[in-house]
Design a protein around this ligand. Structure first.
Ligand code: ADP
Length: 496
């Protein structure tokens, strides 16, 4: 097939990832078009685009998750291609199929690869065939309660109940003994049905204190697949990532080579096209197992970009146009160390509960080796309708130690007032000695809970009150109490 030109690209997404894609379009001379909900038209991220087309009113189901409306928006705006970003419809076969039918290029893998990898059960079965290790467990066709209960005896406890269609840790339950299993199955099914419209479950052996290590891969759709090395995403809360880095700390070249080989085999097994990520769980003994493959750009892709000096969105667009892979495996070398922090509107001291509000004041850090991918600005409204991810802060330096120092400095400079964020919490992790030593694991947050919980500071209340009073008197529309809460975070954190 000859190369197909993309001159106009539609992005049915929002926030920082929309901006990220628009930037690559601008550099490539491609007209960027945002397809957004009507009430997102006047946002900071919409301003990053050349053109904006409305998906109408309503919640995400009626807008960003509505395939028909998105295809209609592509027609209306004469887009040749759609880049779905991450989240929303990025891993739904239906959008990729609808694009094919409408003669619009889908910047992503073929529909069959999305479907196969979208099912944890089906992809586990494929991996077993390809000789890629999977976590011991049961993911057979028979999803009945009685089969899951019977298989649990073979798998052993503790185990994990997972939604086959899973994502974002939804439907996932840790089960420590047989008595807990029936309830876990029941609530797992309920959550899975609600989140994915599919209540099929699988069970997996629960690994104690593992690491999450994933490989970025890229395929041309003709069977050529390369990898772009690893990301360690072990720092998580509620099975969701908050800090990611590359290279993985305390990671041997020998292990890197074995895991990279498994990742490439996994992607080549579906003649993968475009950017994808093969996720593994890494045990304390160095054994690793396939978790899942994400058939899209990941939130944490910038750490790979900074360490390798590449633009993954540009590469996605090139491959989607039928061009060969932009790099040979031997051209890709890891240089230095990059760490990303996800900045969320959430309250870490209250179960990481998502927060809402209006950003009253916003100041990004900058300087050597600092990158901020953000979708907000002063005046941005954070609502319950969407994911509470506000932005990502990435630091790159020659070594992990220098990257940590740089990240700490940049986190101290970062100011977001008007809604509570996890900035103070991230500062505490980044300054934590154990993390600094590279002691990463998915249990880090739980294990160090005491150290990561703020201690009230003498005098901080008075300082916060003074600052809040001045910011409330200013014509900020954020609301006094919320402004006070985030000023409290800032002051409380700095005064220790
Ligand atoms: P989701 O698709 O819902 O994000 P994943 O299967 O990718 O779920 O797992 C998310 C996280 O849950 C992992 O990064 C890891 O921290 C934890 N996890 C998943 N499977 C296991 C397992 N078998 N043992 C221990 N922890 C696990």
């Amino acid at each position: 097939m000859g190369a197909r030109l993309i001159a106009r690209l539609l992005v049915p997404n929002r926030g920082e990832i929309a901006v990220r894609i628009a930037r690559s379009c601008r550099e490539m001379g491609i007209v960027s078009i945002l397809a957004c909900a009507e009430d997102d038209r006047a946002t900071a991220f919409a301003r990053a685009f050349d053109e904006v087309v409305s998906l109408g009113e309503g919640d995400a189901r009626e807008t960003y998750l509505n395939v028909a409306k998105i295809i209609e928006a592509a027609r209306e705006s004469r887009a040749d291609a759609i880049h779905p970003g991450y989240g929303f419809l990025s891993e739904r076969k239906a959008l990729a199929v609808a694009c094919e039918e409408a003669g619009v290029i889908f910047v992503g893998p073929r529909p069959d690869a999305i479907e196969l990898m979208g099912s944890k059960s089906a992809s586990r079965a494929l991996m077993e065939k390809l000789g890629v290790p999977v976590v011991p467990g049961y993911s057979g066709e028979d999803h009945s309660d009685s089969t899951l209960i019977r298989e649990s005896e073979r798998v052993g406890f503790p185990l994990l109940v997972k939604a086959s269609a899973g994502g974002g840790g939804k439907g996932m339950k840790i089960v420590s003994c047989p008595e807990e299993l029936p309830l876990a199955i029941e609530s797992g099914r309920r959550e899975a049905l609600k989140a994915f419209g599919d209540d099929r479950l699988l069970i997996e052996k629960y690994l104690e204190r593992p690491r999450h290590v994933e490989f970025q891969v890229f395929g041309d759709g003709e069977g050529n697949v390369i990898h772009l090395f690893e990301r360690d995403c072990s720092i998580q809360r509620r099975h969701q990532k908050i800090i990611e880095e590359s290279p993985a700390p305390s990671f041997s070249d020998e292990l890197r080579a074995r895991m990279a080989d498994a990742a490439v085999r996994a992607a080549a097994g579906v003649r993968y096209r475009g950017a994808g990520t093969v996720e593994f769980i890494l045990g304390r003994d160095g054994s690793f197992y396939f978790l899942e493959m994400n058939t899209r750009l990941q939130v944490e892709h910038p750490v790979t970009e900074m360490v390798l000096g590449v633009d993954l969105v540009r590469a996605q667009i090139e491959v989607a146009q039928g061009h060969p892979l932009p790099w040979g495996q031997d051209e890709l070398k890891q240089r230095g160390h990059a760490i990303e922090c996800r900045i969320y509107a959430e309250d870490p001291d209250n179960g990481f509960l998502p927060q809402t509000g209006e950003v009253a004041h916003y100041r990004e850090p900058s300087g050597a080796g600092i990158r901020v991918d953000s979708g907000i600005d002063a005046g941005s409204v954070v609502s319950v309708k969407y994911d509470p991810l506000l932005s990502k802060l990435i630091a790159h330096a020659e070594t992990r130690e220098l990257a940590i120092a740089r990240l700490g400095r940049a986190l101290d400079e970062y100011r977001i007032l008007g809604t509570r964020t996890n900035l103070p919490y991230l500062r505490r992790i980044v300054k934590h000695e154990a993390w600094g030593r590279g002691e990463v694991g998915t249990h880090f947050v739980a294990e160090h809970e005491a150290d990561l919980t703020p201690r009230p500071v003498e005098g901080a209340a008075e300082i916060a009150a003074v600052i809040a009073a001045s910011s409330v008197n200013a014509p900020a529309r954020g609301g006094g109490r919320r402004a006070l809460a985030s000023v409290w975070d800032t002051v409380g954190d700095f005064s220790r």
